[in-house]
Design a protein around this ligand. Structure first.
Ligand code: ADP
Ligand code: ASP
Ligand code: MG
Length: 451
């Protein structure tokens, strides 16, 4: 058994869904379970619709819904033609859009955009795409069986970034997916979406379909998790920033996880953990070029000094300075307990005898957090920073990598720097608007200048 996940561009229109069907047909012997994203751009459009509704701009919201309805029905028409099946699917799609219009109307009356409502709206993307893809598969001779992902992906109620409940998912997957696969069917589910035990719709956070695929894969103990996307695999940098970025054919789990955490959007940062737990290899492939080699992520890739660079903006740097830290046990724990209480995850940490600096990737509740941190010393905040990361297995003290990275950045201001003892990730905090330039300089130094 394998899991194949197709991202938004791989199901973005009728020709893309045709390609996806051909890929799945070629893998029937491996007994695939298919996970799909929303049609490209749909989740953004849905969140816009919710935002307009919450501001009371109901007409704008409805116009957005009608544009999405038209697009989805056109895809159904192009894929399924005019038969009975097509009429049924089109009717189901229309019912979902009617439901969405009612929900949007309610939000506009209430002026509500709670995380719970946003999840309910955002989930329509995958609730629409998955039955369309399943029907297209069936019409092309693939014995597909659509499954509502919310019956399998059981999560807690942390709307917007719900946490999956592993045991409940494993049980649901065994009950609802295994019998289908044993029967020779191909289950097709939406990624990204889930539901609480009492049935309220949730989502795993943006880009979460990769995570869904890994969770279903772990629950079913599959032989491989395949992530099908719009690039050839994991590359030495984001090709949108560095067009000459090169394919990484084989990479270690820990390196891939670091890259994903620090900006390599090709993989959702949480994807790796379930795969590691079960030692399931993860592959990244290009659905536009299914014959290409792709990237293989496993435990045993050869160690390379530098694998890739990544980066992301919108980072907040917080520094707490206090001479009381000197020789006083427990201060650092106290500082981190503040972040824990506000459920803020800290990405990069650097300390000195009298200060602790951390980066956060969102500034939710920041004012309240800062107030509590002031109990420990002087607090300064720098918004609008960015992180660039150099990832590889040979960044330790015995290699010239660190010196080379800093030399490559030249006159660029580095606000903070961190290299963990495991030495697979060198992170540098720069100005947010310098992230791309920093990535270009680092990529040039490590991958272009005769490296
Ligand atoms: P999907 O919709 O298939 O999930 P995403 O847009 O989420 O696709 O992820 C694919 C994109 O990730 C690529 O188009 C690319 O711009 C971006 N990306 C960022 N860093 C990397 C990297 N190191 N390697 C490959 N792609 C990357
Ligand atoms: N459709 C969701 C998003 O755009 C999930 C995904 O594509 O992975 O964030
Ligand atoms: Mg993605």
């Amino acid at each position: 058994m394998i899991v194949c996940k197709f991202g938004g561009t791989s199901v973005g229109d009728a020709p893309a869904i045709e390609r996806t069907a051909a890929i799945v047909r070629g893998r029937l012997a491996e007994r695939p379970v298919v996970v799909v994203s929303a049609l490209a751009g749909t989740t953004n459009a849905l969140l816009d619709i919710a935002a307009h509704a919450a501001k009371g701009q109901f007409i704008v919201a409805i116009r957005g819904i009608e544009a999405l309805r038209e697009r989805h029905l056109a895809v159904v028409d192009e894929l399924l033609g005019a038969g009975e099946e097509a009429v049924e699917v089109a009717a189901d799609v229309s019912v979902l859009f009617d439901e969405l219009a009612h929900l949007t109307e309610a939000l506009s009356v209430l002026g509500d955009a709670s995380a719970r409502s946003l999840d309910a709206v955002a989930a329509y993307g995958e609730r629409l795409s998955s039955p369309i893809v399943a029907a297209a598969f069936e019409q092309r001779g693939i014995p597909a069986a659509w499954v509502d992902a919310r019956r399998v992906m059981v999560t807690d109620g942390a709307f917007g970034k719900a946490r999956p409940q592993g045991d409940a998912i494993a049980e649901a997957a065994r009950e609802q997916l295994l019998p289908l696969v044993r029967d020779g069917r191909v289950p097709v589910l939406g990624g990204f979406i889930g539901a609480t035990a009492d049935g309220t719709t949730t989502t795993l956070g943006r880009g979460g379909s990769d995570y869904s695929a890994a969770l279903f894969g772990a629950a079913l103990d599959v032989a491989a998790i395949e992530i099908w996307t719009d690039v050839d695999g994991m590359l030495t940098a984001d090709p949108r920033v560095i067009p000459g970025a090169r394919l990484i054919e084989h990479i270690r789990f820990d390196e891939a996880a670091e890259l994903a955490s620090f900006g390599a959007k090709v993989l959702h940062p949480s994807t790796i953990a379930p795969a590691v737990q079960r030692s399931i290899p993860v592959f990244i492939y290009n659905s536009h070029r299914p014959q290409a080699a792709g990237t293989r992520i496993t435990f045993d890739a050869p160690r390379l000094s530098v694998r890739a660079v990544a980066g992301r903006a919108n980072v907040v740097l917080v520094n707490v300075k206090s001479s009381a830290m000197l020789g006083t046990p427990g201060v650092v724990r106290g500082i981190f307990s503040v972040f824990e209480r506000f459920k803020l995850s800290v990405d990069v940490i650097a300390t000195s005898e009298v200060s602790v600096s951390v980066t956060l990737d969102d500034d939710l509740h920041l004012d309240a957090v800062l107030n509590e941190l002031r109990l420990f010393g002087d607090v300064t905040v720098q918004r609008g920073r960015g992180i660039v990361a150099v990832v590889g297995s040979g960044l330790g003290a015995h290699t010239p990598t660190m010196a080379r990275a800093l030399a490559a950045l030249g006159d660029m201001r580095v606000h903070m720097c961190s290299l963990s003892a495991s030495a697979i990730n060198l992170t540098l905090i720069v100005d947010g608007d310098q992230v791309h330039e920093a990535m270009r300089r680092l990529h040039r130094a490590f991958f272009e200048e005769g490296a």
